[in-house]
Design a protein around this ligand. Structure first.
Ligand code: HEC
Ligand code: HEC
Ligand code: HEC
Length: 465
């Protein structure tokens, strides 16, 4: 009690200091001219849209372009979108900039390839579009340097063919708030469906590579990593997550005791989502919780509700190991490579810094690719506070070992209905380095390619008749 009283004046002083600090900060914010405020807003929109992820090459200057994007149709290079008048978009008028970002047409009238996700950006509001323009013209440093030219093979080098694809896939209407939803849900929907575009990864695709609207956010493979079902369904999706857990996951990559973000999701969080305001992340989470549920009959409980703590690892310590490393058992592999961090019983550390493997979505889904990918590639994120790093085990473990280990983990800590095969491990190992929004680019291009080929085939058959 006495301690409490003696501390009171200190607290009051702290509060006063905070108040003064707040006033000063408010003063500084008020000093922003409308033009500066607009540029800041534009910077925020650019971060939410993750323009920098595609428009910067490794080690290159921000927005100077030149990133080589491998697509099914060939390599595409992103453009220099700094305000350089000679090499960038310094001469773009607002109307030209708007047409490029929302309509996929360059200033010279040529069509952009859908590796640039203009179909998602088509929904950007006029207000955000103006802010984005102000930022790129005045807030970005010009870089006088050419990005390499894209040269795709025939027929994909005919940029006009993308006009056909636009007819099918480009909805040119800016995002319209739903009258029935409140302001927060509408804000969440706007961010999720236009700028951050969760569905490009999380929605399954049809034969034309277009998103299946009926299973929006129902889960989709990105080739190696699997973007899980994030609809409001309680078993198959995130229906059993609290709004705050979702917002925390989007900000930091962790929902304690449930899930950690690795691979493309970790990159989306590092570059883009972790920089959004708490209010915006809350809005996305609230919106997510009211998306139409997509249920898979295989899912009898939520992905984070599987598994028991292990009891067997201690018993086998000191036991002789088989001479052939591929004959090591699941518990032996776990003991050798994982238990030091995830603990022999699989419960992780008490603070969750080293996460539990039971009640972990990576082991409870009806798709086990992310478990294998996490083992092969590890987990890397760079949140502001503390970097997260699980080593990659691809160089250490054979396909047989990864298979044995995964199947032990699924049975012990996860969904025992799932099994991993050495063939799948080999495929995932060979799958190349997946990249963040590059999944978006690849999908766009694959879809464009399918359409162009179908049109050619159609024209050819008509000529045959
Ligand atoms: C998924 C990757 C990706 C993202 C994200 C992306 N772009 Fe692009 N963008 C590209 C590619 C690739 C091109 C070149 C396409 C081509 O050559 O047809 C391009 C072209 C452009 C162009 C045309 C420039 C020119 O004259 O060639 C503009 C303007 C542009 N992007 C602006 C943006 C803005 C603003 C954002 C963020 C809101 C953004 N981009 C996000 C991949 C991306
Ligand atoms: C570039 C592709 C990509 C984009 C864009 C993306 N995600 Fe993800 N997301 C993934 C992948 C892959 C995982 C699995 C990560 C893992 O298990 O480590 C994931 C996992 C998640 C999870 C955890 C689900 C679980 O069961 O563990 C949530 C929630 C989520 N994403 C929400 C979102 C939201 C909301 C957006 C848009 C604001 C979004 N994602 C954008 C690829 C993506
Ligand atoms: C050096 C410590 C360390 C070792 C050793 C380690 N991990 Fe991890 N593991 C981590 C950290 C750190 C994370 C991510 C925590 C976070 O995201 O906050 C993680 C996350 C995971 C995840 C969740 C990934 C996702 O996408 O959701 C799985 C699964 C996993 N580890 C399995 C394993 C297996 C299997 C082994 C043994 C082959 C192993 N770990 C060895 C530290 C380790």
């Amino acid at each position: 009690m006495t301690r409490f009283i003696s501390r009171a004046p200190v607290r009051r002083l702290t509060r006063l200091a905070l108040l003064l600090g707040g006033l000063l900060a408010a003063g500084a914010a008020a000093a922003d001219t409308p033009a500066e405020a607009l540029i800041k807003q534009g910077e925020y929109v650019a971060t939410a849209g993750d323009c920098v992820a595609c428009h910067s090459a490794a080690g290159g200057k921000p927005f100077a372009g030149g990133l080589a994007i491998a697509t099914p149709l060939g390599t595409i290079f992103s453009s220099n979108i700094t305000p350089s008048k000679s090499h960038g978009i310094g001469d773009y008028s607002y109307a030209q900039f708007e047409r490029a970002v929302r309509g996929g047409v360059r200033a010279d009238g040529a069509h952009l390839y859908p590796a640039m996700p203009y179909t998602a950006y088509a929904g950007i509001s006029d207000e955000d579009m103006h802010a984005l323009y102000a930022y790129f013209m005045q807030g970005v440093a010009p870089v006088d340097q050419d990005a390499p030219r894209t040269a795709l093979p025939f027929p994909f080098n005919i940029r006009l063919s993308m006009a056909a694809w636009n007819l099918l896939f480009l909805d040119k209407h800016p995002y319209k708030p739903a009258a029935a939803a409140n302001a927060e849900v509408n804000r969440g929907a706007y961010l999720a469906e236009t700028l951050t575009h969760c569905s490009t990864c999380h929605t399954p695709r049809n034969a034309l590579m277009a998103e299946e609207k009926g299973s929006n956010l129902g889960g989709s493979s990105l080739g190696t990593w699997f973007a899980p079902n994030i609809t409001s369904d309680a078993q198959s999706g995130i229906g059993a997550w609290q709004v705050d857990e979702l917002a925390h996951y989007l900000k930091t990559g962790v929902a304690p005791g449930k899930a950690q973000a690795a691979g493309p999701m970790a990159e989306a969080i590092d570059h883009s989502l972790s920089h959004l305001s708490d209010a915006d992340l809350h809005a996305i989470a609230v919106w997510l919780k009211q998306t139409p549920p997509v249920h898979d009959a295989q899912d009898t409980r939520a992905a984070h509700q599987w598994g028991e703590a292990a009891t067997g690892v201690d018993a086998l310590r000191g036991e002789a190991r088989p001479a052939n490393p591929d004959a090591l058992s699941g518990p032996q592999l776990y003991d050798a490579y994982c238990a030091s961090c995830h603990r022999p019983d699989g419960r992780g550390t008490p603070d969750g810094g080293l996460p539990p493997l039971l009640h972990n979505t990576a082991l409870g889904r009806n798709n086990s690719d992310n478990l294998v990918m996490a083992i092969l590639r590890g987990v890397q994120r760079e949140p502001a506070a503390q970097a997260v790093n699980m080593p990659a085990f691809a160089p250490l473990l054979s396909d047989t070992q990864v298979t044995t280990l995964s199947n032990y983990l699924l049975t012990q800590f996860g969904n025992p209905q799932m099994q991993v095969t050495p063939e799948r491990v080999a495929q995932l190992r060979a799958g190349g380095t997946p990249s963040p929004l590059l999944a978006v680019a690849r999908y766009g291009m694959a879809a464009g390619g399918v359409i162009v080929l179908l049109l050619l085939l159609w024209g050819w058959r008509r000529r045959q008749r």
